[in-house]
Write a protein that binds this ligand. Structure first.
Ligand SMILES: [Cu+2]
Length: 695
C-alpha cells in the first residue's frame, strides 16, 4: 500500500551503489510536527517516537512477527482473561475488596522478590503452543499493537490490560505473586543510575551487553537473539520533576501523545527509560523480551493511576479518553484491543475496575521518611538535601565483567611482556574529577528557561555551578552490544558494515580543567580549548539535553549512530568517540545495515550524542565529479535514508576490516590519509539547528 513507494529508491547518482532516498512521508511529517519541542525535550525522544511510528505503520510490509497467530496462545490469553474476570466475580459476590497490592520492587522482602522472579523464570520454561509462555506474552507487543498501543490515547489502557494478563500468568504459577514496579526516580536520584542495585544479580542482572548474570542470564528472545542491554548510553531514568510535571495536568489529552509533545508527555518519560536500558528494550517489538519492560511499565501504570485518582476531583477518568483525527485511527475508543484476545475495547482500559477490583498500588517510598533507618535494605535516604530516597548501589564486584578492560584480558600482556618492559612500578593514580563540570538545559525537569533568548543566562547561572556535577560519571567505560537480528534471525552475516563520518562541534556550556593563564592570572569562564578566535559558538541556543547526563572531564564523549530498517526488520546501534574539548572533532563510526545480497536494503540512519541531541545527516554528492574530480568529497544535507545495492563500487564491508580498507587504502604508508570518497554518509553534530529538513 502506502509503503510501496518507499521501497523504490530515489537514484541520485549512477556512480555509487549507495543512494539517498527521500524521507518516508510518515517520518517526515512526524518530525516536522514535533520539531518545535527540541529545545524542551531531547531530540532523540522525537527520533524515537517518529521512527517507531514509521515502523508501526509499515510492519506488515516489512516482516511477519512470529507467534501472533498461534491458536494455543490465543486460547491461553482468553483463559487468562477469564481468570481475571473470575477474580472480579468472586470479589463482587463476597463484597469484599481483596485487591492485590503491587509494590516497588525494592520494598519487597527477599522472599517476595524471589517468588516473583521464580514465577517469571517459570513462564519462560513452561510451554504454550510453539513457544514458552513468556515469549507468547511478549509477542503480543508486536504487529498491530505497535501502532494501536503506542503514540496515542490507548498507550496507558492497552498496557494496563497487557500488564494484567502478564500478572495473571504469573499468578497461575504462584498465586501469591503480584507484579512489582520499578520506580526509576529512585535510580535517577543516584549519582550514576548504572550502579543501582536494580541491576544486581538478585534483581535484574547486569546491563552491559548480553545479560550474563542474574536470574535472566543468557535468556533468549523469542526470535533466538540474546537478551541484551546497553545501560546508560543515552536516555534517562525518570526524574521526580518529570513526574510532577505529568501530575500537574488534569486531562489525559494534556499528558498523552500525540497532543502532549513536551515536558508533560507521559510517553516521553517512558521512552527515555527504554532508550536508557537500550538493547532489547530499545526496539518496541523486542522490548517485552526483557522482564525490565513489565516492571517499568508497571511504574508508568502507577503514575497514571495517581493521575487518575487526582482527576476524580474534577473529571471522570473512565470517560476522559481523548480521541480526534490526530490520533491513530486504530486507537479509536471502541476498537477491540489488538493481540490480547481478551475482547476488551480500548476505552475499557480506562475503566476503574482494574484498581477497584484487581489490584492497588502501595505508594512508592519516595521521601526519606519512608526509607530512613534501613527500613528497606535496598533503599536509602540518598538525597538528604531534598529528602529523597534513592536505590542503594551494587557492590563493586557486581558491576559487570568489563568495567575495566585490562591488557591481559585482550591477550596482549603475554605477547609483549618479553619485549616491552614497564619499569614504572607505581600504580596508576586514580583520576578523579577536579571540579570539571558542565551544564545542560534541564530536560525532564521543568525548565526556567523556555525562550531561546534566555538560554545564555542559564548557562552561567549559579544554580548550574554546583560542584555536585562532577564528571567521573559517564558512559565511557561501556561498549555496545547488538543482537544482529535481521528479519527474525540473529546472524552477523545478514549485515554488512558501512562507515559513517561524524563531525562534532564543541557543545555550549562546557568548561574543562585546562585553565588559561594570561598575564599571570587565571582567565575565568574559559579553558584553553574554548579560548580561541576560530569559533564563537559556545553561547548560542542549542537542543535540549538530558539533565542527568555528563561529559567526561577528559572531553571524551559518544555520538551514537543508529540504523533502522525501512525495508526490513532490524536495528543496529554503535557509537563513535569524539573529543568535546575541541572546537571541531572528527571521527568515523561503523554501523551495520542489511546485506544487500538479501534484497532490498533501505535504512534510516540517524545520529545523536549521549545527551540526547541529534546530528544532521549529509550525503556524498558524486554528481560534481566532472568539475572537481571524483574525490571531491562534497557533502550536502540529506534525509539519512539510504539504499545499499550490490552495484560497484562496493561501499560496504562484510566485516570491519573490509570497511577499514575502504577508508585507508592498503599499503604501509597509506593509512595516514583517509579517503572519504567511500564514506557516503556524514553527520554534522552542532546541535544548533533543527536536524530535520522540510517535507
Ligand atoms: Cu509498549
Amino acid at each position: 500500500m502506502e509503503a510501496v513507494f518507499y521501497l523504490i529508491p530515489f537514484v541520485s547518482s549512477v556512480f555509487s551503489m549507495m543512494t539517498e532516498n527521500d524521507m518516508p512521508e510518515i517520518l517526515c511529517k512526524c518530525f516536522s510536527e514535533k520539531a518545535g519541542s527540541i529545545t524542551i525535550i531531547p531530540a532523540d525522544l522525537i527520533l524515537y517516537t517518529c521512527v517507531n511510528k514509521y515502523l508501526a505503520e509499515t510492519w506488515l510490509e516489512r516482516y511477519q512477527p512470529p507467534g501472533l497467530i498461534d491458536p494455543d496462545t490465543i486460547n491461553w490469553f482468553k483463559s487468562l482473561g477469564r481468570k481475571v474476570r473470575g477474580q472480579e466475580y468472586n470479589i463482587r459476590t463476597k463484597r469484599q475488596a481483596v485487591r492485590r497490592i503491587r509494590r516497588e520492587i525494592r520494598t519487597l522482602t527477599d522472599a517476595q522478590r524471589g517468588r516473583f522472579i521464580r514465577a517469571v523464570q517459570q513462564l519462560k520454561t513452561r510451554r504454550i503452543g510453539q513457544t514458552n509462555r513468556y515469549d507468547a506474552l511478549a509477542s503480543a507487543h508486536d504487529g498491530n499493537a505497535l501502532g494501536s498501543a503506542h503514540g496515542g490515547p490507548n498507550f496507558p489502557s492497552w498496557h494496563r490490560e497487557y500488564l494484567k494478563l502478564f500478572e495473571a500468568a504469573l499468578q497461575e504459577i504462584d498465586n501469591q505473586v503480584t507484579l512489582p514496579y520499578f520506580d526509576s526516580r529512585l535510580d535517577y536520584n543516584l549519582r550514576d543510575p548504572r550502579e543501582s542495585n536494580f541491576w544486581g544479580t538478585s534483581f535484574m542482572g547486569d546491563h552491559r551487553g548480553v545479560v550474563s548474570n542474574g536470574p535472566f542470564q543468557l535468556w533468549r528472545q523469542r526470535n533466538g537473539a540474546y537478551l541484551e542491554r546497553n545501560g546508560g548510553g543515552s536516555g534517562s531514568m525518570i526524574s521526580p520533576r518529570g513526574i510532577r510535571n505529568v501530575l500537574s495536568r488534569s486531562r489525559n489529552i494534556d499528558i498523552l501523545s500525540p497532543w502532549a509533545n513536551g515536558r508533560y508527555g507521559l510517553e516521553n518519560y517512558h521512552d527515555a527509560v527504554h532508550i536508557w536500558v537500550g538493547g532489547s528494550m530499545l526496539g518496541v517489538n523486542t522490548a517485552p523480551s526483557d522482564p525490565v519492560f513489565f516492571l517499568h511499565h508497571c511504574f508508568i501504570d502507577y503514575v497514571w493511576e495517581v493521575f487518575r485518582q487526582r482527576q476524580k476531583r474534577r473529571v471522570d477518568p473512565e470517560r476522559d479518553y481523548p480521541f480526534d483525527s490526530r490520533a491513530p485511527p486504530s486507537q479509536a475508543p471502541n476498537r477491540i484491543m489488538d493481540n490480547l484476545a481478551t475482547g476488551k475495547r480500548n476505552i475499557e482500559g480506562y475503566s476503574n475496575d482494574y484498581t477497584d477490583q484487581y489490584y492497588r498500588y502501595a505508594s512508592s517510598p519516595r521521601t526519606c521518611r519512608h526509607c530512613r533507618n534501613n527500613r528497606y535494605p535496598y533503599l536509602r535516604c540518598g538525597d538528604l538535601q531534598r529528602g529523597l530516597c534513592s536505590a542503594k548501589t551494587r557492590p563493586v564486584g557486581q558491576r559487570g565483567p568489563n568495567l575495566r578492560i585490562q591488557n591481559s584480558d585482550l591477550g596482549i600482556t603475554k605477547k609483549f611482556s618479553s619485549t616491552i618492559t614497564d619499569n614504572r612500578k607505581t600504580p596508576a593514580r586514580k583520576r578523579r574529577s577536579t571540579g570539571d563540570w558542565m551544564v545542560y538545559e534541564n530536560f525532564l525537569e521543568e525548565s526556567k528557561v523556555t525562550k531561546i533568548g534566555r538560554m545564555k543566562r542559564s548557562i552561567n547561572s549559579t544554580r548550574n555551578n554546583t560542584k555536585e556535577r562532577t564528571t567521573d560519571i559517564n558512559n565511557m567505560d561501556s561498549s555496545m552490544q547488538n543482537s544482529f537480528l535481521l528479519d527474525g534471525v540473529p546472524d552477523i552475516k545478514r549485515w554488512v558494515f558501512i562507515p559513517v563520518k561524524i563531525v562534532h562541534r564543541r557543545p555550549s556550556g562546557l568548561l574543562f580543567g585546562t585553565k588559561v593563564i594570561k598575564n599571570k592570572n587565571i582567565v575565568d569562564g574559559v579553558d584553553v580549548y574554548s579560548y580561541n578566535k576560530y569559533m564563537n559558538y559556545t553561547d548560542e541556543e542549542q537542543q535540549a539535553a538530558y539533565s542527568h547526563s555528563f561529559t567526561s572531564g577528559s572531553g571524551a564523549d559518544k555520538v551514537f549512530v543508529q540504523v533502522d530498517g525501512m525495508s526490513y526488520n532490524g536495528k543496529y546501534v554503535d557509537y563513535s568517540i569524539v573529543d568535546s574539548r575541541l572546537p571541531v572533532s572528527e571521527s568515523v563510526a561503523f554501523v551495520a545495515v542489511k546485506n544487500p545480497k538479501l534484497n532490498s536494503s533501505i535504512s534510516y540512519i540517524s545520529a545523536y550524542d549521549s545527551h540526547g541531541r541529534i546530528c544532521r545527516p549529509y550525503c556524498q554528492s558524486y554528481d560534481s565529479y566532472d568539475s572537481y574530480g571524483p574525490n571531491s568529497n562534497k557533502y550536502r544535507q540529506c534525509s539519512g535514508v539510504v539504499t545499499l545495492t550490490e552495484e560497484e563500487p562496493k561501499m560496504y564491508g562484510e566485516d570491519i576490516g573490509e570497511v577499514t580498507q575502504l577508508l585507508y587504502k592498503s599499503g604501509k604508508e597509506k593509512v595516514f590519509t583517509r579517503s572519504d570518497e567511500n564514506v557516503f554518509l556524514s553527520f554534522y553534530c552542532d546541535f544548533h539547528e533543527i536536524p530535520w529538513g522540510n517535507c
